[in-house]
Write a protein that binds this ligand. Structure first.
Ligand SMILES: Cc1cc2nc3c(=O)[nH]c(=O)nc-3n(C[C@H](O)[C@H](O)[C@H](O)COP(=O)(O)O)c2cc1C
Length: 324
Protein backbone atom coordinates (compact mmCIF):
# COMPACT_ATOMS: atom_id res chain seq x y z
CA UNK A 1 0.00 0.00 0.00
CA UNK A 2 1.24 3.47 -0.83
CA UNK A 3 1.11 5.82 2.15
CA UNK A 4 2.07 9.04 0.39
CA UNK A 5 -0.42 11.84 -0.30
CA UNK A 6 -3.26 10.10 1.44
CA UNK A 7 -6.29 11.28 3.41
CA UNK A 8 -6.85 8.85 6.22
CA UNK A 9 -9.78 8.01 8.50
CA UNK A 10 -8.32 7.48 11.99
CA UNK A 11 -8.99 4.44 14.15
CA UNK A 12 -11.92 5.08 16.49
CA UNK A 13 -13.21 2.60 19.06
CA UNK A 14 -16.94 1.75 18.72
CA UNK A 15 -17.16 4.16 15.79
CA UNK A 16 -14.84 2.92 13.06
CA UNK A 17 -16.92 -0.06 11.96
CA UNK A 18 -17.65 -0.87 8.32
CA UNK A 19 -20.43 1.73 7.70
CA UNK A 20 -18.34 4.72 8.82
CA UNK A 21 -15.32 3.45 6.90
CA UNK A 22 -17.34 3.07 3.70
CA UNK A 23 -18.95 6.46 4.24
CA UNK A 24 -15.58 8.17 4.69
CA UNK A 25 -14.28 6.45 1.56
CA UNK A 26 -17.36 7.50 -0.40
CA UNK A 27 -16.56 11.12 0.46
CA UNK A 28 -12.86 10.79 -0.43
CA UNK A 29 -10.84 9.04 2.29
CA UNK A 30 -8.05 6.99 0.71
CA UNK A 31 -7.20 4.81 3.72
CA UNK A 32 -9.64 3.85 6.47
CA UNK A 33 -8.59 2.40 9.82
CA UNK A 34 -10.86 0.12 11.78
CA UNK A 35 -11.41 0.56 15.50
CA UNK A 36 -8.70 -0.88 17.74
CA UNK A 37 -9.34 -4.54 18.47
CA UNK A 38 -7.52 -6.16 21.37
CA UNK A 39 -5.46 -9.23 20.40
CA UNK A 40 -7.04 -11.41 23.12
CA UNK A 41 -10.48 -10.72 21.67
CA UNK A 42 -9.38 -11.45 18.11
CA UNK A 43 -7.85 -14.74 19.23
CA UNK A 44 -11.30 -15.89 20.32
CA UNK A 45 -12.67 -15.29 16.80
CA UNK A 46 -13.19 -17.36 13.70
CA UNK A 47 -13.45 -16.10 10.14
CA UNK A 48 -16.86 -16.51 8.52
CA UNK A 49 -18.14 -15.46 5.13
CA UNK A 50 -21.53 -13.84 5.48
CA UNK A 51 -23.15 -14.90 2.19
CA UNK A 52 -26.30 -12.97 2.90
CA UNK A 53 -24.83 -9.49 3.06
CA UNK A 54 -21.54 -10.20 1.29
CA UNK A 55 -19.19 -9.44 4.17
CA UNK A 56 -16.26 -11.22 5.76
CA UNK A 57 -16.79 -11.46 9.50
CA UNK A 58 -14.61 -12.31 12.45
CA UNK A 59 -17.00 -13.70 14.99
CA UNK A 60 -16.39 -14.69 18.61
CA UNK A 61 -16.52 -18.50 18.61
CA UNK A 62 -19.69 -19.98 20.03
CA UNK A 63 -21.52 -16.66 19.72
CA UNK A 64 -22.99 -14.45 16.99
CA UNK A 65 -20.91 -11.50 18.16
CA UNK A 66 -19.15 -9.85 15.20
CA UNK A 67 -15.84 -8.41 16.36
CA UNK A 68 -14.69 -7.20 12.93
CA UNK A 69 -16.67 -6.97 9.71
CA UNK A 70 -15.16 -6.06 6.36
CA UNK A 71 -15.99 -6.47 2.66
CA UNK A 72 -14.22 -6.74 -0.70
CA UNK A 73 -14.95 -3.11 -1.55
CA UNK A 74 -12.59 -1.86 1.17
CA UNK A 75 -9.95 -4.58 0.94
CA UNK A 76 -7.31 -2.31 -0.61
CA UNK A 77 -7.68 0.51 1.90
CA UNK A 78 -8.80 -0.88 5.27
CA UNK A 79 -6.25 -1.02 8.07
CA UNK A 80 -6.77 -3.44 10.94
CA UNK A 81 -5.55 -1.89 14.19
CA UNK A 82 -4.50 -4.18 17.04
CA UNK A 83 -4.18 -3.40 20.74
CA UNK A 84 -1.41 -5.59 22.12
CA UNK A 85 1.42 -5.98 24.59
CA UNK A 86 2.88 -9.16 23.16
CA UNK A 87 4.53 -9.99 19.84
CA UNK A 88 3.26 -13.56 19.50
CA UNK A 89 -0.31 -12.64 20.36
CA UNK A 90 -0.19 -9.70 17.96
CA UNK A 91 1.12 -11.94 15.19
CA UNK A 92 -1.52 -14.62 15.79
CA UNK A 93 -4.27 -12.00 15.69
CA UNK A 94 -2.79 -10.40 12.57
CA UNK A 95 -2.47 -13.74 10.78
CA UNK A 96 -6.17 -14.35 11.20
CA UNK A 97 -7.14 -11.20 9.34
CA UNK A 98 -4.16 -10.19 7.19
CA UNK A 99 -5.44 -11.63 3.90
CA UNK A 100 -8.65 -9.62 4.19
CA UNK A 101 -7.16 -6.19 4.87
CA UNK A 102 -4.66 -3.79 3.31
CA UNK A 103 -2.41 -3.34 6.35
CA UNK A 104 -1.93 -4.11 10.04
CA UNK A 105 -1.39 -1.28 12.53
CA UNK A 106 -0.35 -1.42 16.17
CA UNK A 107 -1.90 1.09 18.56
CA UNK A 108 0.86 2.73 20.59
CA UNK A 109 -1.02 5.86 21.57
CA UNK A 110 -4.10 5.01 23.60
CA UNK A 111 -3.83 6.69 27.04
CA UNK A 112 -6.93 5.06 28.56
CA UNK A 113 -6.39 3.16 31.82
CA UNK A 114 -7.75 -0.03 30.26
CA UNK A 115 -4.93 0.02 27.70
CA UNK A 116 -2.21 1.22 30.06
CA UNK A 117 -3.00 -1.36 32.74
CA UNK A 118 -2.77 -4.11 30.11
CA UNK A 119 0.60 -2.79 28.91
CA UNK A 120 -0.97 -1.76 25.58
CA UNK A 121 -1.43 1.54 23.71
CA UNK A 122 0.68 4.36 25.13
CA UNK A 123 2.23 1.97 27.67
CA UNK A 124 4.36 0.67 24.80
CA UNK A 125 5.93 4.10 24.25
CA UNK A 126 8.21 3.58 27.25
CA UNK A 127 9.21 0.08 26.13
CA UNK A 128 11.23 0.45 22.92
CA UNK A 129 12.47 -3.14 23.12
CA UNK A 130 8.94 -4.48 23.19
CA UNK A 131 8.00 -2.17 20.31
CA UNK A 132 10.93 -3.58 18.36
CA UNK A 133 9.92 -7.14 19.20
CA UNK A 134 6.29 -6.65 18.15
CA UNK A 135 7.03 -4.80 14.91
CA UNK A 136 9.88 -7.04 13.74
CA UNK A 137 7.85 -10.17 14.52
CA UNK A 138 4.98 -8.87 12.40
CA UNK A 139 7.27 -7.67 9.63
CA UNK A 140 9.15 -10.99 9.37
CA UNK A 141 6.05 -13.15 9.33
CA UNK A 142 3.50 -11.18 7.31
CA UNK A 143 3.34 -10.16 3.67
CA UNK A 144 0.90 -7.41 4.60
CA UNK A 145 2.30 -3.92 5.32
CA UNK A 146 2.78 -3.16 9.02
CA UNK A 147 2.52 0.31 10.59
CA UNK A 148 2.05 1.83 14.01
CA UNK A 149 0.50 4.91 15.54
CA UNK A 150 2.20 6.79 18.36
CA UNK A 151 1.74 9.90 20.47
CA UNK A 152 4.44 12.45 21.17
CA UNK A 153 6.86 11.71 24.00
CA UNK A 154 7.90 14.19 26.70
CA UNK A 155 10.52 15.91 24.53
CA UNK A 156 10.80 16.29 20.76
CA UNK A 157 14.20 14.60 20.98
CA UNK A 158 12.68 11.49 22.63
CA UNK A 159 9.92 11.32 20.03
CA UNK A 160 12.40 11.51 17.16
CA UNK A 161 14.63 8.85 18.76
CA UNK A 162 11.70 6.47 19.14
CA UNK A 163 10.47 7.20 15.61
CA UNK A 164 13.95 6.38 14.25
CA UNK A 165 13.95 3.07 16.10
CA UNK A 166 10.49 2.28 14.76
CA UNK A 167 11.59 3.11 11.20
CA UNK A 168 14.45 0.60 11.52
CA UNK A 169 11.95 -2.24 12.08
CA UNK A 170 10.85 -1.85 8.46
CA UNK A 171 7.34 -0.50 9.01
CA UNK A 172 5.69 1.01 5.95
CA UNK A 173 4.56 4.22 7.65
CA UNK A 174 4.24 5.88 11.04
CA UNK A 175 1.17 7.80 12.20
CA UNK A 176 1.93 10.50 14.76
CA UNK A 177 -0.82 11.96 16.92
CA UNK A 178 0.49 15.39 17.91
CA UNK A 179 -0.41 15.11 21.59
CA UNK A 180 1.42 13.74 24.62
CA UNK A 181 0.01 11.04 26.88
CA UNK A 182 -1.35 13.41 29.57
CA UNK A 183 -2.85 15.81 26.98
CA UNK A 184 -6.61 15.92 26.63
CA UNK A 185 -8.44 16.13 23.29
CA UNK A 186 -9.15 19.87 23.87
CA UNK A 187 -5.42 20.64 24.19
CA UNK A 188 -4.12 21.86 20.84
CA UNK A 189 -2.20 19.29 18.80
CA UNK A 190 1.50 20.16 18.53
CA UNK A 191 1.99 20.12 14.80
CA UNK A 192 5.54 21.50 15.21
CA UNK A 193 6.62 18.34 17.04
CA UNK A 194 5.26 16.21 14.19
CA UNK A 195 7.51 18.25 11.88
CA UNK A 196 10.59 17.01 13.74
CA UNK A 197 9.59 13.40 13.09
CA UNK A 198 8.85 14.03 9.41
CA UNK A 199 12.28 15.64 8.97
CA UNK A 200 14.08 12.75 10.67
CA UNK A 201 12.46 9.83 8.80
CA UNK A 202 12.44 8.58 5.23
CA UNK A 203 9.25 6.51 5.53
CA UNK A 204 5.89 8.30 5.18
CA UNK A 205 4.66 9.97 8.35
CA UNK A 206 0.91 10.39 8.73
CA UNK A 207 0.18 13.60 10.64
CA UNK A 208 -2.76 13.50 13.06
CA UNK A 209 -4.47 16.03 15.30
CA UNK A 210 -6.98 18.89 15.02
CA UNK A 211 -8.06 18.59 11.41
CA UNK A 212 -11.64 19.76 11.28
CA UNK A 213 -12.08 21.27 7.79
CA UNK A 214 -10.91 20.25 4.34
CA UNK A 215 -8.52 23.23 4.27
CA UNK A 216 -6.84 21.89 7.41
CA UNK A 217 -5.43 19.02 5.33
CA UNK A 218 -3.25 21.49 3.44
CA UNK A 219 -2.46 23.48 6.59
CA UNK A 220 -1.14 20.49 8.53
CA UNK A 221 0.73 19.23 5.47
CA UNK A 222 2.57 22.48 4.98
CA UNK A 223 3.15 22.95 8.73
CA UNK A 224 4.60 19.46 9.24
CA UNK A 225 5.93 18.45 5.83
CA UNK A 226 3.90 15.23 6.06
CA UNK A 227 2.22 14.23 2.83
CA UNK A 228 -0.54 12.18 4.48
CA UNK A 229 -3.04 13.28 7.09
CA UNK A 230 -5.25 11.33 9.50
CA UNK A 231 -8.48 12.70 10.94
CA UNK A 232 -10.64 11.34 13.78
CA UNK A 233 -13.16 13.71 15.37
CA UNK A 234 -13.53 15.87 12.27
CA UNK A 235 -14.65 12.76 10.36
CA UNK A 236 -16.85 11.45 13.16
CA UNK A 237 -18.74 14.75 13.27
CA UNK A 238 -19.04 15.01 9.50
CA UNK A 239 -17.54 12.26 7.34
CA UNK A 240 -17.75 14.46 4.25
CA UNK A 241 -14.71 16.38 5.57
CA UNK A 242 -12.77 14.29 3.00
CA UNK A 243 -14.66 15.77 0.09
CA UNK A 244 -12.75 18.37 -1.99
CA UNK A 245 -16.14 19.80 -3.00
CA UNK A 246 -16.83 20.85 0.59
CA UNK A 247 -18.88 19.32 3.37
CA UNK A 248 -22.42 18.13 2.75
CA UNK A 249 -25.03 18.82 5.40
CA UNK A 250 -24.82 17.13 8.74
CA UNK A 251 -28.37 15.78 8.19
CA UNK A 252 -27.42 14.18 4.86
CA UNK A 253 -24.36 12.51 6.41
CA UNK A 254 -26.37 11.05 9.30
CA UNK A 255 -28.98 9.64 6.91
CA UNK A 256 -26.30 8.11 4.69
CA UNK A 257 -24.63 6.64 7.78
CA UNK A 258 -27.89 5.02 8.91
CA UNK A 259 -28.45 3.58 5.42
CA UNK A 260 -25.01 1.97 5.51
CA UNK A 261 -25.68 0.61 8.99
CA UNK A 262 -28.90 -0.96 7.72
CA UNK A 263 -27.23 -2.38 4.62
CA UNK A 264 -24.29 -3.90 6.52
CA UNK A 265 -26.31 -4.95 9.56
CA UNK A 266 -24.13 -2.89 11.89
CA UNK A 267 -24.24 -3.59 15.60
CA UNK A 268 -27.08 -1.55 17.15
CA UNK A 269 -25.01 -0.36 20.14
CA UNK A 270 -22.21 0.89 17.90
CA UNK A 271 -24.71 2.56 15.55
CA UNK A 272 -26.47 4.37 18.40
CA UNK A 273 -23.19 5.40 19.98
CA UNK A 274 -21.88 6.83 16.71
CA UNK A 275 -25.05 8.67 15.75
CA UNK A 276 -25.23 10.15 19.28
CA UNK A 277 -21.66 11.42 18.90
CA UNK A 278 -22.69 13.03 15.61
CA UNK A 279 -25.75 14.64 17.21
CA UNK A 280 -23.92 15.86 20.31
CA UNK A 281 -21.43 17.83 18.30
CA UNK A 282 -24.08 20.01 16.64
CA UNK A 283 -26.98 19.78 19.05
CA UNK A 284 -27.77 17.93 22.27
CA UNK A 285 -29.23 14.61 23.25
CA UNK A 286 -32.03 16.25 25.24
CA UNK A 287 -33.73 17.46 22.05
CA UNK A 288 -36.30 15.21 20.29
CA UNK A 289 -33.85 13.59 17.85
CA UNK A 290 -31.38 12.65 20.58
CA UNK A 291 -34.15 11.36 22.87
CA UNK A 292 -35.57 9.24 20.02
CA UNK A 293 -32.14 7.74 19.26
CA UNK A 294 -31.69 6.95 22.95
CA UNK A 295 -35.06 5.22 23.06
CA UNK A 296 -34.65 3.24 19.84
CA UNK A 297 -34.48 -0.48 20.39
CA UNK A 298 -33.79 -1.74 16.88
CA UNK A 299 -32.37 -0.78 13.53
CA UNK A 300 -35.98 -0.58 12.33
CA UNK A 301 -36.61 2.20 14.89
CA UNK A 302 -33.56 4.12 13.66
CA UNK A 303 -34.59 3.58 10.04
CA UNK A 304 -37.98 5.10 10.76
CA UNK A 305 -36.48 8.01 12.68
CA UNK A 306 -34.27 8.93 9.73
CA UNK A 307 -36.98 8.41 7.07
CA UNK A 308 -35.49 5.14 5.81
CA UNK A 309 -38.34 2.73 6.49
CA UNK A 310 -38.73 1.73 2.83
CA UNK A 311 -34.99 1.28 2.40
CA UNK A 312 -34.91 -0.88 5.53
CA UNK A 313 -37.70 -3.07 4.14
CA UNK A 314 -35.93 -3.44 0.79
CA UNK A 315 -32.75 -4.57 2.55
CA UNK A 316 -34.65 -6.98 4.77
CA UNK A 317 -36.32 -8.45 1.67
CA UNK A 318 -32.83 -9.11 0.30
CA UNK A 319 -32.67 -6.53 -2.49
CA UNK A 320 -29.02 -5.78 -1.65
CA UNK A 321 -27.92 -4.89 -5.16
CA UNK A 322 -30.71 -2.36 -5.54
CA UNK A 323 -29.78 -0.87 -2.16
CA UNK A 324 -26.04 -0.38 -2.80
C1 LIG B 1 -14.20 8.26 19.52
C2 LIG B 1 -12.71 8.07 19.39
C3 LIG B 1 -12.17 6.80 19.43
C4 LIG B 1 -10.79 6.60 19.28
N1 LIG B 1 -10.31 5.32 19.21
C5 LIG B 1 -8.99 5.12 18.86
C6 LIG B 1 -8.51 3.82 18.57
O1 LIG B 1 -9.24 2.82 18.56
N2 LIG B 1 -7.18 3.69 18.25
C7 LIG B 1 -6.33 4.78 18.19
O2 LIG B 1 -5.15 4.61 17.87
N3 LIG B 1 -6.79 6.02 18.44
C8 LIG B 1 -8.08 6.21 18.76
N4 LIG B 1 -8.56 7.49 18.93
C9 LIG B 1 -7.64 8.62 18.73
C10 LIG B 1 -7.74 9.12 17.29
O3 LIG B 1 -7.42 8.11 16.36
C11 LIG B 1 -6.86 10.36 17.06
O4 LIG B 1 -5.51 10.00 17.25
C12 LIG B 1 -7.19 11.53 17.99
O5 LIG B 1 -8.59 11.68 18.18
C13 LIG B 1 -6.62 12.84 17.42
O6 LIG B 1 -7.17 13.12 16.16
P1 LIG B 1 -8.29 14.27 15.96
O7 LIG B 1 -7.70 15.52 16.55
O8 LIG B 1 -8.50 14.31 14.47
O9 LIG B 1 -9.52 13.84 16.73
C14 LIG B 1 -9.93 7.72 19.12
C15 LIG B 1 -10.47 9.00 19.12
C16 LIG B 1 -11.84 9.19 19.23
C17 LIG B 1 -12.40 10.59 19.18
Amino acid sequence: MDYRNKLVLAPMVRVGTLPLRLLAAQYGADITYGEEIIDHKMLRCERRINELIGSTDFVEKGTQSVVFRTCDEEKDRVVFQIGTSDAVRALTAAQLVCNDVAAIDINMGCPKSFSLSGGMGAALLSKPELIHDILTTLRRNLNTPVTCKIRLLKSPHDTVELARQIEKTGVSALAVHGRKVPDRPRDPAKWNEITDVVSALSIPVIANGDVFEYDDFERIKSATGASSVMVARGALWNASIFSPEGKVSHEAVKTEYIRKCILWDNDLKSTKHTIKEMIMHYSCLELPEGKAVNKSESMADLAELYGQKEYYQLVKQGFFDACR
